[in-house]
Every structure is written in C-alpha cells, then in structure tokens.
Write a protein that binds this ligand. Structure first.
Ligand code: IPE
Ligand code: IPE
Ligand code: MG
Length: 239
C-alpha cells in the first residue's frame, strides 16, 4: 500500500508568473511570455536528461481566454513558433510530444503545427512531453463523462463497467500515469483547474520564483524534496 517516493516519473508544471516577472522589470507581459518559453525549453531538456518519463506543462488554460485579445493573440503565435523551433530538440532528445485539452478550440495555426510535431515525434521512445492547451480539469471530467454516457446509451458499455479505472480510458490521454510531482511557480498556492482528476495523490511543490527565473537547479531541489517524502496513499507505514 505504501511507497517511498524516489524520482518522480511524471512531473506536471503550472508555469506561472510570466506577467509579474516582466512587470518587476518594467517590461510588457509579452516579454515575460517570451522568456517563459525559453525556460520551457531548458527545463524540458533537463528532465529528458534526468530520465523523467513524462513532463506536462500547463501552457494555456480554458480560463486564459478571459485575457486581453492582444495577449491571447501573442500567446498563440508564441506557441506556434515554439512548436516549430522545438522540433530539433524534440528529435535530438528522443521526446514524444502529446497534447491534452480541447484542441479543436485552438486557432488553426496552432492545431496545424501541433499535429505536425505530434506526428513527427510519435515513434520516439524517450520522455513524453505533454502540453495542456485550452485545457480545463473540469472540462476533461465532463468530456469523459459524456463519452461514457454515449457508450452506455449505445449499449457498448454497462453502467456497472463505469469504474475509476475505466473512467481513465476516457480522459484526454488514456494511458497517462498520474503526476507524481506537481510544481507551481509564481507564488500562488492553487491548482487553477489543472489535472483535477489526476492529482488526487500527487505531491505538491510551490515556489515564489516566477517562471522565467525558474532554473534547473530549483527543479533539482524540487525533485530532491519529493525524494524525501513518504507517499502513503491512505495507508500506514509498517515497522
Ligand atoms: C503564466 O504566466 C503564463 C500563462 C498563464 C499562459 P501569467 O501570464 O499568468 O503571469 P502572471 O501570473 O500574470 O504573473
Ligand atoms: C494557470 O495560471 C494557467 C496556466 C499556467 C496556463 P493562471 O495565471 O491563469 O492562473 P490564475 O488565474 O492565477 O489562477
Ligand atoms: Mg498567472
């Protein structure tokens, strides 16, 4: 029942604080996002080297559509550019790119480049890099519930077959292991609708560091801290 935490196989990151990082320097929020994208590249490479099995980034939430149009337009362009630029690193590090979220709701350019990167990297056998785009945790659960309801309605599934395990099969990425470690930068202590189903037993780690300043050194600290924790999953430690 119990398990001593070692190296996290799946790390999920809420990369927050780009805007504040920029404001503190008298720069526009956009500059913060640009620097944030560089941090994404750096942290990805480091995780691949450390043999992390999956790295998931909260890249754009469903709620982020509430932001000013100009910022959204910039973010979408930045994501498109990132996808194109990152292909070389993805290939060199044997990374497989995936995405979760309501992908259909993204602008065409983003969908197009995303599809190319996913296709090009689909046979890579190293770390899985998952981008949460137009993602909402409650939506993911609702979307899964709808798919299951349809299966039951069509007679492909019995109500008794709806279990925690089978529910998993209807999430955006059915075979995704739950995150072992969730990191949030930027100082807020909240989940902001990220991976609600999946984080039920995830270890949480928060830092005040704004995302553009988040370093591989701090990531190593988070991993080290995770390694010292005792994951009980509701059980007790014997002995
Ligand atoms: C995170 O930084 C990036 C995205 C949500 C896309 P923010 O833009 O939320 O930065 P703050 O929280 O305003 O500082
Ligand atoms: C969470 O950050 C979303 C992403 C990192 C993509 P936000 O900046 O949107 O979260 P809130 O609004 O502070 O909760
Ligand atoms: Mg924020």
């Amino acid at each position: 029942m119990t398990e001593k935490a070692k190296t996290p196989a799946h790390i999920a990151i809420i990369l927050d604080g780009n805007g504040r990082w920029a404001k503190q320097r008298g720069l526009t929020r956009i500059k913060g996002h640009t620097r944030g994208a560089d941090t994404v590249t750096e942290i990805t490479q480091h995780c691949a080297k450390r043999k992390v099995k999956q790295l998931t980034f909260y890249t754009f939430s469903q709620e982020n559509w509430k932001r000013p149009k100009l910022e959204i337009r910039f973010l979408m362009r930045l994501i498109t550019k990132y996808l194109i630029k990152e292909r070389k690193n993805i290939e060199e590090n044997n990374i497989r790119l995936t995405a979760i979220g309501r992908i259909d709701g993204l602008p065409e350019n983003v969908r197009k480049e995303l599809a190319v990167s996913i296709e090009e990297s689909k046979n890579n056998t190293g770390m899985v890099l998952c981008l949460a785009l137009n993602y909402g945790g409650r939506s993911e659960i609702v979307d899964a519930a709808k798919k299951i309801a349809r299966e039951v309605e069509c007679g492909n599934m019995e109500l008794e077959d709806v279990t925690e395990e089978s529910f998993n099969d209807y999430l955006y990425m059915p075979n995704m292991p739950d995150p072992d470690l969730l990191i949030r930068t930027g100082g807020e202590i909240r989940i902001s609708n990220f991976l609600l189903w999946e984080v039920s037993y995830t270890e949480l780690w928060f830092t005040r560091t704004c995302w553009p300043d988040f370093s591989t050194k701090e990531l190593d600290e988070a991993i080290k801290d995770y390694g010292s924790r005792e994951r009980r999953f509701g059980g007790v430690i014997r002995g």
